[in-house]
Design a protein around this ligand. Structure first.
Ligand code: HPA
Ligand code: ZN
Length: 332
């Protein structure tokens, strides 16, 4: 096993619907009688050419339509947890998009039971702990997000936090201020996508108006020196997704990725996969890609893994224990 694969790490930015591999999409689609319009998994894979976030989202929402039953959601999530465990992931906080499913008539309880069942099974059978973060689709109105939150609260014990995803530009965080206040009043943890395609101002809004404890992506924060200073001072984690950034043309190529600049600036950056079935690799591949393209040595990569543990929503005792495991791994 390579150094990077064996390195204990947390994955904090992965959309479970984005782990739906073409083979599973094809099989579940057939099982549920959903016509995808593709003759084989290879044909599905061949359609994965994106020039922007929206290009990707159009295909991603289409693929998710094969998911109908609790077992489908369980199989999807458990398959991801097994692949993550094989990549050295010891803590996984997965995003799910209930509205993608409830808008097709799938009850939210079906979605949450399937995913939470897989998280529970993985936490007991794999060498990792797992939790769920419910994301609101920001291209839909705030009142739809509020309704989603209210219905999800019937399953309050099954998820630990809320996030904000989907089409970013034109859908600023401030639109969701009330929903996030309601979530915080329930003791839910808060994250939000900002600064992927959207401007640094959206990162400020996510922090100031939503109470975000981590920023998902956040790469465009570099355009605002005052914002960088704030993120460094408060050690707000950024969940960076390198292969995603290249595939969605947020950066031109991996060697142009600003990750090294972000690390040098003192930002608390972490490495994640975003939608690995669509972007060419799980978290281990993302670690490898940046290490190779940016010539980051083992000590920098271990620092990134430690950041992922510190930035997680684990309790302090679990964090301390995983951080010392990383030290022991590096030393051996
Ligand atoms: N950005 C916004 N929404 C998303 C993404 C992303 O990278 N992946 C899945 N939904
Ligand atoms: Zn994302």
């Amino acid at each position: 096993m390579s150094f990077l694969t064996g390195l204990p790490k947390a994955e904090l930015h992965v959309h479970i619907e984005g782990t739906l591999e073409p083979e599973m999409m094809f099989d579940i689609g057939r099982r549920n009688g959903v016509e995808l319009g593709y003759a084989s998994p290879d044909e599905i894979r061949a359609a994965y050419e994106f020039n922007s976030l929206q290009d990707f989202l159009d295909i991603y929402y289409l693929g998710a339509a094969v998911l109908q039953h609790e077992q489908d959601f369980f199989d999807l999530a458990y398959g991801y947890f097994e692949r993550a465990a094989a990549d050295g992931v010891r803590r996984s906080e997965i995003f799910f998009d209930p509205q993608t499913h409830t808008d097709r008539g799938i009850p939210i309880g079906v979605v949450i039971s399937g995913l939470a069942g897989a998280a529970e099974r993985a936490s007991s059978e794999l060498d990792m702990s797992c939790d769920l973060i419910l994301c609101f689709l920001r291209h839909l109105p705030a009142n739809a997000a509020m309704e989603t939150l209210e219905s999800a609260l019937d399953h309050r014990e099954s998820f630990i936090g809320v996030g904000l995803d989907s089409s970013e530009v034109g859908f600023p965080p401030r639109l969701f201020t009330d929903v996030f206040a309601r979530a915080r009043s329930e003791g839910l943890r808060v994250v939000a996508h900002a600064g992927e395609e959207g401007p640094p101002e959206y990162v400020h809004q996510a922090l100031d108006l939503l109470g975000a404890e981590r920023i998902d992506h956040g790469v465009r924060s570099l355009e605002d020196p005052g914002l960088v200073e704030r993120l460094v001072a408060d050690q707000i984690p950024l969940t960076v997704c390198p292969l995603s950034n290249v595939k969605l043309a947020v950066v031109e190529s991996m060697s142009d990725h600003p990750l090294a600049t972000m690390i040098d600036a003192g930002l608390l950056v972490t490495i994640n996969s975003d939608d690995p079935a669509y972007f060419g690799g799980y978290v281990g591949k993302n670690y490898e890609a940046v290490a190779n393209a940016l010539a980051l040595d083992d000590s920098v990569m271990a620092r990134l893994a430690k950041n992922s543990i510190s930035a997680s929503f684990l309790d302090d005792i679990s964090k301390t224990s995983l951080l010392s495991e990383i030290d022991a791994y590096v030393a051996s």
